[in-house]
Design a binder for this molecule. Structure first.
Ligand code: FAD
Length: 270
């Protein structure tokens, strides 16, 4: 494999397996799939900030993530260990818009929102503000393995953050690779098994996440009223059940695959 060092010099390395985890703008992906369109803008941007524990002492928030929805805007609040509070704000807007916006812009956009949203923004240190256009791999890759190279994480399946699953899926990829590597007989079987174990799940989650984000970012008042009524009418248990598949995951192992194959063989024999 030939690669470029950060200094610009080109070097060559021999390896049995290359794991490319070079993120959403993966150059490895672009090399393996030159015709793939790459990541596309999801239609909204986010700001993120952290209120330090001292400044958060008087701000009451729940014990888990809470997300409030408006028209083309959302605000999420998440308490962190140690007393600090993480928040994120979204806005449906053209790509690269508000590029030079500061915390006052965010405060203005959310000034009429419920407590403690304006207070959280006001208590956020200016240097902790992050702004990102949200992108994802809308066109799924045909495979996560090519020869002795596999793609992992955002390089393989950059996903919108609407289900909070981007980094989680990268970790699942790594856990799967680790589990499969302990029993794989060849690099070829390892890469094929990895692709089979990861592609369907991650691409299904990417579709679900993008769909959730589209609905959550609606701006049209009629659509928003319809959406909000539906959310009120959906029982909490249905919502929690819909998350079961996402959260009850364990890494696939050779023995688990053999059990599935044996069950299929026995069912076919009956
Ligand atoms: C606003 C926002 C909110 C999010 N919220 C969540 C969430 O709540 N939960 C969740 O699970 N995920 C979330 N994510 C997604 C999560 O951040 C990503 O899915 C995760 O970081 C992907 O990990 P990765 O290792 O694949 O890629 P990255 O974290 O992008 O890491 C890739 C690394 O490769 C390096 N690199 C790239 N090219 C080269 C090169 N040529 N040579 C050497 N190094 C290189 C980069 O510098 C980088 O360090 C969010 C993302 C955004 C933008």
């Amino acid at each position: 494999m030939t690669f470029q060092r950060p200094t610009g010099e080109t070097a060559t390395l021999s390896a049995e397996l290359v794991v490319a985890a070079d993120g959403i703008a993966s150059t490895t992906r672009a090399q393996l799939f030159p015709d793939h369109p790459g990541p596309v803008y999801a239609g909204y941007l986010t700001w993120r900030g952290v209120v330090p524990a001292e400044a958060a002492a008087d701000i009451e928030v729940g014990r888990s993530l809470v997300e409030s929805w408006g028209r083309g805007q959302r605000f999420g609040i998440m308490p962190l260990t140690g007393g600090s509070i993480y928040w994120y704000a979204t806005l449906s807007a053209p790509p690269n818009s508000h590029a030079h916006a500061n915390i006052e812009t965010v405060a203005r956009l959310f000034r009429d929102w419920h407590d403690p949203i304006p207070r959280l923004i006001a208590a956020t240190p200016l240097n902790s503000l992050l702004r990102h256009d949200i992108q994802s791999l809308e066109t799924p890759l045909p495979t996560y393995a090519s020869g002795r190279v596999i793609l992992l994480g955002d390089a393989a399946h950059a996903i919108t953050p609407d289900l909070g699953q981007g980094a989680a899926q990268a970790l699942e990829d790594a856990a799967t690779l680790n589990a499969l590597a302990t029993t794989a007989s060849t690099v070829q079987s390892l890469t094929a098994d990895y692709d089979q174990a990861r592609r369907e799940r991650t691409q299904q989650l990417a579709r679900a996440s993008a769909a959730a984000g589209r609905v959550a970012q609606w701006r049209n008042p009629l659509k928003v009223a319809f959406r909000n009524s539906l959310v009120w009418l959906t029982p909490r248990s249905s919502y929690l059940n819909s998350l079961n598949d996402t959260f009850s995951w364990t890494p696939e192992t050779a023995s688990a695959r053999e059990t599935v194959a044996a069950t299929a063989r026995s069912e076919a024999g009956n």
